[in-house]
Design a protein around this ligand. Structure first.
Ligand code: HPA
Ligand code: ZN
Length: 332
């Protein structure tokens, strides 16, 4: 099984680039940029990664992002993630970034997007890895601030395929961002949103009905509504599930309690993703391995999950077919 997991080409659809900041790079950038971080060494950092819910993680994740200042920093961050893609056979990736985390600190939007973009161009040239960029609005901030961010993004419309919604879910429902998502849609962006990670399934309904999203990020709380499950199945709405993340943030107490196998068996369009791999103990292959070691996941399940990742990607039908053919080839 582990052989199969490693050899299958994959797409990753739920990855926050700031969440791929490994402690080693955090220290290097802190030193270079003269930014204070509240850790004395790498071990100290790792022991701080002990979360009880989403917010306890976000506090540490935003503090870590403070070391990112220049275009080169964003290049290095993205390039390190690309090297993990090479290792894990991720051949297509759709990367989230949180511009407001950086512009709030005075880092120009341009430095962020240009650093990421240049690393992704090199990834294509050197390894043939294809990619898209999705800009997320921080939901703990206001819709007005999201509108300002969208305005800044218009200049980079050709580089950004879609918009998303992340950060503190509880108390910040999708309805808070209805108008800005409407505007993003009119501008031609694809739409995604974190929904039903910690908050209940009503957030998933809101994301579907008020934001008109193309994919749901997480969505694991849908299992509590039979009616919603049926709808998600009928529409084959993609859910980008992040198992390690759900365990680390205590959405499920243990791996054995994770519901991905039930969601998959019901016929939902599920993919496996790493979310914030530097914080959640592993990249995409490690997520698959943990599923296999803790749940009755079969080889056919793994193949379905991987195929779903390509089917749900924001790429042309031609490229989807080409990538699905590469999956078949790897199975021969
Ligand atoms: N949920 C919400 N916001 C986030 C996450 C997440 O899992 N990761 C990074 N920002
Ligand atoms: Zn996420």
């Amino acid at each position: 099984m582990i052989e199969l997991i490693k050899k299958l080409p994959k797409a990753e659809l739920h990855l926050h680039i700031e969440g791929s900041l490994e402690p080693e790079l955090m220290f290097r950038l802190a030193k270079k940029n003269n930014v204070e971080i509240p850790y004395k060494d790498i071990e100290d950092v790792r022991s701080a990664y002990n979360f009880t819910n989403l917010q306890t993680f976000l506090d540490i994740y935003y503090a870590g992002a403070n070391v990112l200042l220049t275009k080169d920093d964003f290049y290095d961050l993205t390039w390190e993630y690309i090297l993990r893609c090479v290792e894990d056979n991720v051949i297509h990736t759709e990367i989230f970034f949180d511009p407001q985390t950086h512009t709030e600190r005075g880092v120009p939007f341009e430095s962020v997007i240009t650093g990421i973009k240049e690393a992704l161009a090199d990834a294509k040239a050197k390894y043939g890895i294809t990619s898209c960029i999705i800009m997320c609005f921080l939901r703990h901030l206001s819709q007005e601030e999201a509108f300002e961010t969208l305005e800044q993004a218009l200049e980079y419309k050709d580089d950004i395929i879609g918009v998303g919604l992340d950060s503190s879910e509880l108390g910040n429902p999708p309805s808070k961002f209805k108008e800005v998502f409407q505007k993003a849609k009119e501008e031609g962006f694809k739409l995604v949103a974190h929904a039903g990670e910690e908050a209940d399934f009503s957030y998933i309904y809101e994301a579907l009905d008020l934001l008109n999203i193309n994919r749901i990020d997480h969505g694991v709380q849908s299992i509590k509504s039979p009616e919603l499950m049926q709808r998600l199945k009928d529409e084959q709405m993609p859910l980008t599930v992040c198992p390690n993340s759900n365990i680390e943030l205590k959405v499920f107490e243990t791996y054995k309690e994770h519901n991905i196998k039930e969601l998959l068996d019901y016929g939902l369009n599920i993919s496996v993703n790493s979310d914030d791999p530097a914080y959640f103990k592993g990249y995409v292959n490690q997520n698959f391995i943990n599923l296999y070691e803790n749940l009755p996941i079969t080889e056919d399940d793994v193949i379905t999950l991987v195929k779903n990742s390509f089917k749900s990607a924001f790429i042309s039908d031609e490229l989807k077919q080409a990538y699905l053919a590469r999956v078949e080839l790897a199975l021969k």
